[in-house]
Design a protein around this ligand. Structure first.
Ligand code: NI
Length: 176
C-alpha cells in the first residue's frame, strides 16, 4: 500500500463539494486504508478524500493519544444529524495548510451517521477532539477549510504564504 500525496491549499480540488459513495467496494476500502496510512505518516489526526485529490465523501480520523491504542475511523458518506448548543474552541490545523493554526469555535458534541469500510451503517456520538475533528473533515467534503472561519485578512495572509511555499516546493522538486 502506498500513501497518497497531500493536496496543498490553495487548490480548486479543496473547494469542491464531494460526491457521495454509491457502493462500498474493495476500491473504496483501499482508498480508506491508503488515506489512513497517509494521515499517520504525515502525521495528522484526520484526513478527507479531497485532500488526496479524490472528490468522494470519505474521511478518516484517529484522535487517540500517543500512549493509547490507536482507534482509526473510516467514515463514508458522513451526515451530521445533531449538534449541541454548547460550543468549544480548539486550535485547528490542517494537513493541506501545514504549520498554520487558528482557533475555531464549533459545537462541542455531534451525532453523526456514516458507513464504515464494510458498508455497515453506524451512528456515532462524538465529543471533544473527535467532534471537532469530524466537523473539520466533513467541512472538507463540502469544500470548506478552517481558514474560511477566520477573518478575511488572516485568510489572505495564510493563502499568500501558502502560495509562496507551494512555489518553493515546485522549485525544489525541479532541482532534484
Ligand atoms: Ni483539514
Amino acid at each position: 500500500m502506498t500513501k497518497y500525496e497531500i493536496v496543498l491549499h490553495p487548490d480548486k480540488k479543496l473547494k469542491k463539494k464531494c460526491l457521495p459513495v454509491s457502493e462500498v467496494t474493495a476500491e473504496i476500502r483501499s482508498i480508506g486504508s491508503r488515506m489512513l496510512e497517509t494521515m499517520y505518516d504525515a502525521p495528522g489526526i484526520g484526513l478527507a478524500a479531497p485532500q488526496v485529490g479524490i472528490l468522494k465523501r470519505i474521511f478518516v480520523m484517529d484522535c487517540s493519544e500517543k500512549d493509547q491504542i490507536s482507534k482509526p475511523y473510516i467514515c463514508i458518506n458522513p451526515e451530521i444529524t445533531w449538534v449541541s448548543d454548547h460550543k468549544s474552541n480548539y486550535e485547528e490545523g490542517c494537513l493541506s495548510i501545514p504549520d498554520f493554526y487558528g482557533e475555531i469555535m464549533r459545537p462541542s458534541e455531534i451525532k453523526m451517521n456514516c458507513l464504515n469500510e464494510n458498508g455497515e451503517f453506524l451512528e456515532y456520538h462524538f465529543e471533544g477532539l473527535k467532534a471537532t475533528c469530524a466537523q473539520h473533515e466533513i467541512d472538507h467534503l463540502n469544500g470548506v477549510l478552517f481558514i474560511d472561519y477566520l477573518g478575511r485578512v488572516r485568510r489572505q495572509i495564510i493563502t499568500t504564504k501558502m502560495k509562496k511555499i507551494k512555489k518553493q516546493i515546485v522549485l525544489n522538486q525541479g532541482n532534484v
